[in-house]
Design a protein around this ligand. Structure first.
Ligand code: NAP
Length: 189
């Protein structure tokens, strides 16, 4: 499961659990992005903070782990490099699913080596109910499974905005992540 996780919230966690059960996955690896190539113009929270918040959020689920693969890799975080690395650990015969938000797939035509990537694994796009899936490029939509997750009305952008404005973020994300945000003064300015 790829994402910036800035910060991770219950929408991401419910998505991971839904997809795990639906596709009978043995494990879900959360992969916080290191240097998102499409976000060079926006300040993203330091990878170590995003990694630690992801660990705190996933610790209570036996099937969830967090990978440092993108954080520890130099250069831009391309999905194709991540999938190739997972394939080399797990073996070619393991069925891999790349899970992320549907909005991220909207720009898939610009992803590095997108056509090659499509042949490497299964893809799952998480959306909130009512999301217009026809927005997905028809070149890719046949390869992408859509999973609707009501909890995805929670968003990292909204949480960052709430912290900045001094509004509550309670019940939007695990308490340990909330504590971590305040302890480290994240998203205040
Ligand atoms: P994004 O553009 O920040 O997010 C797009 C939308 O998807 C947002 O609404 C976001 O909500 C949601 N989302 C992101 N991750 C999610 C998840 N795991 N589960 C459910 N919803 C999720 O996307 P991003 O986080 O930067 O990138 C997503 C993934 O695509 C990453 O693994 C990234 O490496 C990959 N990607 C690869 C390339 C490439 O290879 N060139 C290019 C772009 C993206 P929140 O803001 O609430 O998370």
């Amino acid at each position: 499961m790829g994402g910036t996780f800035d910060p991770i919230h219950y929408g991401h966690l419910v998505t991971a659990e839904e997809v795990r059960v639906k596709f009978r996955l043995t494990d879900v690896f959360f992969v916080p992005s290191g240097n998102p190539p499409h976000k060079l113009d926006r300040e993203v929270t330091h990878p170590e903070h995003r990694y630690l918040m992801t660990v705190l959020a996933t610790v209570t689920n036996l099937f969830f782990s967090v990978s440092r693969i993108e954080i520890d890799r130099e250069g831009p975080s391309y999905a194709i490099d991540t999938i190739a690395q997972f394939k080399s650990f797990a073996g070619e015969d393991v069925d891999l699913y790349f899970i992320t938000g549907a909005d991220a797939f909207l720009s898939m035509d610009k992803w590095y080596k997108a056509d090659e990537l499509l042949k490497m694994c299964n893809f799952v796009a998480a959306t909130r109910p009512g999301y217009p899936i026809e927005k997905l490029d028809t070149r890719f939509s046949g390869f992408i499974e859509i999973v609707e997750v009501p909890a995805l009305s929670i968003s990292s952008t909204d949480i960052r905005g709430r912290v900045k404005e001094g509004r509550s973020i309670k019940y939007l994300l695990p308490e340990a992540v909330e504590d971590y945000i305040f302890k480290n003064g994240l998203y205040r300015d």
